[in-house]
Design a protein around this ligand. Structure first.
Ligand SMILES: C[S@@+](CC[C@H](N)C(=O)[O-])C[C@H]1O[C@@H](n2cnc3c(N)ncnc32)[C@H](O)[C@@H]1O
Length: 446
């Protein structure tokens, strides 16, 4: 007797692959009624089915192909714009929708500004915080002084550009509208350099900063740096007036400086800072200034200020123009740069430093009691432990800077529960045309 087909199927090993939902094959007409927190249009078809449709805006009516399903909503890919929204404009970049960097270029400026402001309002409301916003800071194109490029080598082919959205595909670009001219000027020379230095297949990245007058490049590529490649890099530094080039062996570990033409510096509040490789800097000089101005506007004669998550000192030097500052940060190289630069600038007496992991060892009780004000500017994960310790302190003034409104909401709620009052909150947009937005806020203990 032949074995039934179904028995054979059941005896197969059970793979862990999740079953793809069955999706409609035909194109669907969707009306977009809003834009969600990740920048995707939220839409509905005439049967009442919900859709997420990237690259659409409120008021669009579009024909979409269904590509996936998330919770109960379909994900739609625009095939045709049946009726464009009055908020829709022509996206200025030829790489738009192919490069993962900017997903909101199709919104007119007014809608875009409103959307970013409301994104902050909506997110912090989820943490129970309702507060009027200060007018937001909006950055401009051609201002980003830092870029992280993706690289892939397969066979002899090398692809160099920006990652596509939610994908490993790399979109090759020649010019990015967001970057400063100095960063754009390095794209073609880097593309020409890569075949000479990237010998092993695989993926990597190249981080470029142009803080002020010279560039800082860190290569994180598969494989070791060969002698010949080293020579090519030295020649590249000379020819393109690059400040410094560093290499992370096999793309891991601390960057090793292999060629340096001049010091890589920036300026914080009139002091020159010599920066370590791949330093953290605010994405644009204008954004940095807006944040610094916001922070300084809160100070009023405070003698001792704590700068937590200080990095290389974007805020430290500004705070030191008014107060004595203690800067705390987990990255030793960044803090060393800060300390040496403060000494050279003749303000070493106004700035002290401490390398410390603030997640594991937040400043608490008596340590906090020494200060009149605190500024904290944590990474995206926020400052849960430190915020909880601050909430129990008697410090009069707390300035919070955050690149993630969600973790800001959580940390702000801890401060409010501890009796602080929110005085001011400002959305900050240094990531033009993306769905990313930052926040700055001032809290006081009444
Ligand atoms: C958003 S950056 C801000 C840096 C600086 N305030 C600025 O504006 O340039 C966050 C900083 O927190 C530091 N950091 C990350 N995790 C930390 C931790 N657990 N403890 C202390 N510092 C940390 C990072 O090294 C980085 O310099």
């Amino acid at each position: 007797m032949p074995r039934p087909f179904s028995t054979r199927r059941r005896s197969r090993p059970n793979t862990t692959k999740t079953k793809k939902p069955s999706l409609p094959k035909e194109l669907m007409e969707v009306s977009i009624y809003s834009v969600g927190a990740k920048g995707d249009g939220l839409g509905r078809d005439d049967t009442g089915h919900d859709f997420f449709v990237p690259y659409t805006v409120e008021g669009d009516v579009v024909k979409v192909r269904v590509t996936d399903k998330r919770q109960d909503a379909y994900i739609g890919e625009v095939k045709e714009i049946i009726t464009p929204s009055t908020h829709r404009i022509e996206a200025p970049c030829p790489h738009y929708t192919k490069c993962g960097g900017c997903n909101l270029q199709h919104m007119d400026e007014h809608y875009y500004h409103e959307w970013k402001t409301h994104k902050v309002i909506d997110i912090i409301r989820r943490s129970g915080i309702i507060h009027e916003m200060e007018p937001a800071f909006f950055g401009k194109p051609s201002a980003r002084r830092r870029a992280s490029f993706a690289v892939m080598k397969k066979g002899k082919k090398i692809i160099f550009g920006f990652n596509a959205r939610s994908s490993h595909r790399i979109e090759e670009i020649g010019n990015c509208l967001l970057l400063t001219p100095e960063l754009n000027a390095l794209i073609t020379p880097l593309r020409e350099l890569l075949p000479k230095i990237m010998k092993q297949e695989g993926r990597g990245d190249i981080i470029i900063n142009f803080p002020l007058e010279s560039s800082d490049i860190v290569f994180s590529l598969p494989g070791r740096l060969e002698f010949k490649a080293h020579e090519h890099l030295m020649a590249f530094v000379e020819k393109h007036n690059v400040g410094r080039v560093s290499w992370r062996e096999n793309g891991r570990g601390e960057p090793d400086t292999i060629a340096q033409h001049c010091a890589v510096t920036t300026e914080f509040s009139g002091s020159s800072i010599e920066l370590p490789p791949a330093p953290f800097l605010q994405p644009s000089k204008e954004g940095e200034q807006a944040l610094v101005d916001f922070a300084l506007s809160a100070l009023n004669g405070e003698k001792k200020v704590l700068d937590l998550y200080a990095g290389c000192g974007s805020f430290t030097f500004a705070l030191a123009t008014k107060s004595i500052v203690h800067a705390v940060e987990s990255n030793g190289a960044a803090l060393k740069a800060l300390e040496l630069s403060a000494g050279r600038a003749g303000i070493g007496g106004r700035i002290t430093t401490e390398v410390r992991d603030l997640d594991r060892q937040p400043l608490m009780g008596k340590e906090l009691a020494k200060y009149d004000a605190v500024l904290f500017d944590p990474p995206r994960a926020g400052a849960r432990e430190q915020a909880e310790a601050l909430a129990e302190s008697d410090i009069k003034l707390i300035i919070a800077i955050s690149c993630n409104p969600a973790t800001f909401g959580r940390d702000a709620a801890a401060l409010l529960n501890g009796g602080y009052e929110l005085e001011k909150i400002m959305p900050v947009d240094q990531f033009t045309w993306s769905d990313h937005v930052e926040v700055a806020a001032i809290f006081r203990r009444p």
